[in-house]
Design a protein around this ligand. Structure first.
Ligand SMILES: Nc1ncnc2c1ncn2[C@@H]1O[C@H](COP(=O)(O)OP(=O)(O)OP(=O)(O)O)[C@@H](O)[C@H]1O
Length: 302
């Protein structure tokens, strides 16, 4: 098993809200090595926000365990920055007072310069009250609180969702600069694949309550190939998605052994193509590459 430090780990997670019969997460296990910028992807309602809230210690799992930075999320709370999708902020406070509160709540860790850069990057007025801000401006303040905390693990729920293109670009730049400078581990959910592709070096794809794909982006990509040829039989390779085009039969596969390049045209799919194929085919077998392989859940290990 990999000895690489782990930023976030879930083992046998089950999450059921109230009396709902179907759990949102079911025996969900994963391991995120430290220092990665991880895209958390999945269809609407897959449980991305739930997973991030569990990792931040804002929810407790029905079953299973979450470890964040080597301890329970509650124990690691001061080292975790979390920007929830709902951007909970005090509506009566001004932006400047909100950042002051961030500084007071994080003594010894707070980076005012980063917080101000993120919050005031455009022309946001420090004396404006939170309740008067637009959705995008509130997002900037929520991200300023998360990044200003100099967290070791940043959990960002759709961080760019309501930002304009310039603000997105600027904030992604600020986020990456902070992450590189401090070796921060980042998990961010988003539906904008192009945005994630440029920024993230690790992937967690959630579907049907479990992790379907996990690993460093390069490893996940090289574990797949697009094959095109005359035959519809792609055995022995694992087919994620297949179809027919003008060029013949084509499939996105996980090669099981060498691919016969005399039979198939072999191409490397793009990350977007690969993710879309998995989103369209949630029944494809799960793949965990390298150090992303989860430890066996306690029940399985017993
Ligand atoms: N507080 C709650 N009480 C009951 N059900 C909830 C609650 N929060 C989330 N759910 C349900 O859990 C499921 C997963 O929701 P979640 O918000 O985690 O998904 P998501 O992947 O973040 O979705 P989206 O991409 O739409 O933001 C949904 O079916 C949702 O209705």
């Amino acid at each position: 098993m990999s000895k690489e430090p782990v930023a976030l780990e879930g083992r046998g997670l089950v999450m059921r809200y109230g009396r709902r019969r179907d759990p949102v997460l079911r025996d969900c296990s994963f391991r995120l090595p430290a220092g990665r910028i991880c895209a958390l992807i999945g269809p609407n309602g897959a449980g991305k926000s739930t997973l991030l809230a569990l990792a931040a210690g804002m929810l407790r799992p029905t079953q299973g365990t979450v470890r964040a930075l080597g301890a329970s999320p509650a124990e690691s709370r001061s080292r975790i920055g979390y920007a929830a999708q709902t951007r909970p902020l005090y509506p009566q406070l001004t932006v400047a007072a909100t950042l002051r509160l961030g500084a007071e709540l994080n003594p010894g860790r707070w980076d005012q310069e980063v917080a101000e850069r993120v919050a005031f990057g455009t022309d946001l007025d420090p004396s404006a009250r939170i309740r008067t801000l637009s959705g995008g401006q509130r997002t900037r303040v929520a991200l300023a609180l998360a990044l200003g905390k100099r967290a070791e693990l940043l959990l960002l729920d759709e961080p760019m969702a309501d930002l304009d293109p310039v603000a997105r670009h600027q904030l992604m730049g600020a986020l990456l600069a902070v992450a590189v400078e401090h070796g921060t581990s980042v998990v961010m959910s988003s539906h904008v694949l192009a945005e994630l592709e440029g920024a993230c070096d690790h992937l967690l794809l959630l579907g049907r309550g479990q992790i379907r794909l996990a690993g460093d982006s390069e490893d996940v990509l090289t574990a797949h190939a697009r094959l095109t040829g005359a035959s519809p039989d792609f055995a022995p390779h694992t087919v994620v998605e297949s179809g027919t085009t003008g060029r013949g039969h084509t499939a996105l596969v996980r090669p099981q052994g060498p691919v016969d390049a005399t039979t198939w045209l072999v191409e490397q799919p793009s990350m977007e193509e690969l993710i879309l194929a998995h989103l369209r085919n949630p029944g494809a077998p799960a793949l965990f590459t390298g150090s992303a392989s989860p430890a066996p859940s306690q029940e399985a290990a017993a």
